[in-house]
Design a protein around this ligand. Structure first.
Ligand code: BDP
Length: 331
């Protein structure tokens, strides 16, 4: 549901002399609404809030961004649509739920496509990252910087996962993207696409047996309270963007675009620093709560099971094969 933006009128004051003058506030301030799925204190939230504050300060209030946490403005697929049509002005999106809209980004959802988080950064900060930004721009999303989202691992309520056999029969929640359904099915599990906000209750009531995520989300969502086995499969390393709605971006003067771009890059630098620290803290919190964490020493069995997922993807998207190769050969 698109919500109209509010426009602040200049505040008028009566000067001592009796004439009416405008304060230093701009005649019109754009109140930018920003979508964020995470709670206060999460690395992304802190970085988005810093972005909002700096943009407001440096544009002297011409742009006044405000971050709405905990997905109160809608779940992620819905928020992507709202940002594409300009009802929302900015957001931090994961490239997972982006796949159904910007098909190139599905390459980032292929399991084990990146060999490490550093590899992902190298790719996204370079020329290949720009190709993804161009594809997003075609769908009205201006990606100004890339956030970290670590590596996602499987967790469940009943047992440690050491090999694909351990996934057999488990009902696993995935983000909204058919590739993840194929990924879990290739491991012998049953995949259930579901909104992030519904996962806690579904784990608790046994509607699902498990899900997959990085340490900060596993912890901040409280999934660790009801899911005591976290197995370091690290099967997905998916970048996230700080994206601006095309309409909001194009309404800016070149000077303000420069400010917003610079602050988005600063926000991603901050987010990545906070991410490293936040991941360690989250790991400690879940360990203290009695979560059983196991390393998956040999990931090759999982990687092998992904061959048909790749084969099918390439068959359906022959034009993206070279992009996969470029990523693979870039480290
Ligand atoms: C988190 C991502 C968020 C996703 C969520 C999920 O930051 O964008 O929506 O996982 O699993 O790690 O849905």
């Amino acid at each position: 549901m698109p919500i109209k933006k509010f426009v602040n009128q200049a505040v008028l004051v009566t000067a001592v002399s009796g004439s009416v003058i405008a304060l230093s506030l701009p005649a019109q301030a754009e109140n930018w609404r920003g979508w964020n799925i995470h709670p206060p204190g999460y690395p992304n939230t802190i970085a988005l809030e810093a972005f909002a504050e700096s943009v407001s300060e440096r544009t002297e209030g011409r742009i006044h961004p405000q971050v709405y946490n905990n997905a109160v403005l809608g779940d992620q697929p819905d928020a992507i649509e709202q940002t594409r049509n300009g009802a929302l002005d900015f957001a931090n999106f994961n490239m997972g739920p982006m796949g159904p809209i910007v098909k190139e980004t599905n390459v980032l959802s292929l399991p084990f496509i990146f060999s490490s988080v550093d590899h992902m950064h190298e790719v996204m900060d370079g020329e290949i990252g720009q190709r993804f930004a161009d594809a997003l721009a075609e769908k009205n999303l201006i990606a100004l910087s890339w956030f970290d989202s670590g590596a996602r691992s499987l967790y469940n309520t009943s047992r440690p996962i050491n090999s694909p056999e351990d996934v057999k029969g488990l009902k696993v929640r995935v983000m909204n993207n058919d590739l993840y359904v194929e990924m879990i099915e290739a491991l012998g599990g049953n995949a259930t696409p579901m909104a992030y906000g519904e996962v806690y209750q579904s784990l608790k009531t046994g509607v699902i047996d498990g899900a997959e995520n990085n340490y900060p989300s596993f912890q901040s969502s409280n999934h660790y309270e009801v899911s005591k086995y976290y197995s370091l499969t690290e099967h997905l390393i998916i970048p996230e963007c700080l994206c601006i709605a095309k309409a909001s971006w194009e309404a800016l003067s070149p000077e303000d675009q420069e400010i917003v771009r610079e602050e988005a890059i600063k926000a991603s630098e901050m987010q990545r620093r906070l991410w490293v620290k936040g991941s360690q803290e989250s790991r400690e919190i879940v360990l203290d709560a009695g979560v059983n964490i196991n390393e998956v020493g040999d990931k090759s069995a999982f990687q092998e099971k992904m061959q048909p997922v790749y084969a099918e993807f390439i068959e359906e998207n022959p034009d993206l094969e070279s992009l996969i190769e470029d990523i693979r050969s870039s480290h």
